[in-house]
Design a protein around this ligand. Structure first.
Ligand code: FER
Length: 288
């Protein structure tokens, strides 16, 4: 932690146009409801007509939406330049990044603007997003883009309530995804901040879900990360430490296992997610 390295400044600066990927809007339907996501296609996607790509899904936090991770189509956040550069420098395999939203009308068909929810309500939506992911989003993305098209080349990450969605995907939707990046959020299957208040039961719930889907410990890889000053630290720390004691389901990646636990000096903000994504991505999808 003391030797935490921030992303280099150049990751925040747009790459040259000939080395840049593109951002676009992506519309799909889930059980009749129109849904929207942003999609990043790496540089060379159009030219390399045969090539297939891994996919990273990134879920925003409470009160946010599908625009948040990239900072909209004009990429106001450092995520796009960072991806362009990490791919361009050969650190990460060229990949597709999809930022969906868990927001949806409580009553389908009513005003979608009425779904800006705070953390407590958001948990009801993050807990079920895995179903939409598996049933609608993954099939739509696989149909629209040249993806590898199988779980070995899919990662799901999220910030804050998006981390809750990430643990939920691992617990319930693990058949569709191999790599997980929960950033600054614990699993709320048992209660709000269950990682802190119901640590053992929360981990039981996670492992029960994994088992019920017939997955083995080598079928999933988790990179869990937050900051020392982050409001999620008090919940994520006991939860991941408990998981690290749950062999064979979780074992430290530092000893060849499937779970990495890292703590930055950071706080509860997207600003720290760039560091977390830059650390995890080369482990999930290393460059050539
Ligand atoms: C957590 C701490 C905070 C967490 C979520 C939050 C899912 C969300 C806070 C907010 O949206 O205000 O451990 O885990």
């Amino acid at each position: 932690m003391s030797e935490w390295k921030r992303i280099p400044d150049r990751y925040r600066e747009s790459a040259e146009p000939e080395k840049s990927g593109t951002l676009r809007e992506f519309a799909y339907t889930d059980r009749g409801t129109p849904r929207r996501a942003l999609v990043y296609l790496p540089n060379g996607y159009e030219e390399e007509g045969e090539r297939r790509y891994p996919v990273l899904f990134l879920m925003h936090g409470g009160g946010g939406n599908e625009e948040e991770f990239f900072g909209g189509l004009d990429a106001k956040m450092p995520l796009k330049p960072m991806l362009d550069r990490m791919i361009g420098e050969g650190l990460v395999r060229p990949l597709i990044v999809v930022t969906p939203t868990f927001n949806r009308p409580v009553d389908e068909g009513v005003n979608p603007d009425a779904v800006r929810v705070h953390a407590g309500d958001a948990a009801a939506l993050t807990a079920v997003f895995w179903r939409e992911l598996e049933e609608s989003l993954i099939p739509a993305v696989d149909a629209a883009f040249r993806t590898e098209g199988n779980r070995d080349f899919r990662a799901f990450g999220g910030f804050s309530m998006g981390a809750e969605a990430t643990w939920s995907v691992l617990c319930r939707g693990g058949a569709a995804v191999r790599y997980y990046l929960p950033m600054s959020g614990d699993f709320w299957a048992v209660s709000v901040k269950g990682g802190k208040d119901h640590t053992a039961e929360t981990c039981d719930r996670l492992i029960d879900g994994i088992r019920e889907r017939g997955l083995s410990p080598e079928d999933y890889r988790v990179f869990a990360v937050t900051g020392e000053q982050d409001i999620a630290y008090e919940a994520m720390k006991p939860m991941t430490e408990e998981l690290l004691g749950r062999a064979p389901w979780f074992r430290s990646a530092d000893e060849g296992g499937n779970l990495t636990w890292r703590v930055s000096p950071g706080w509860h903000a997207y600003e720290w997610c760039w560091d977390y994504i830059a650390l995890a991505l080369p482990e999930f999808f290393p460059g050539a």
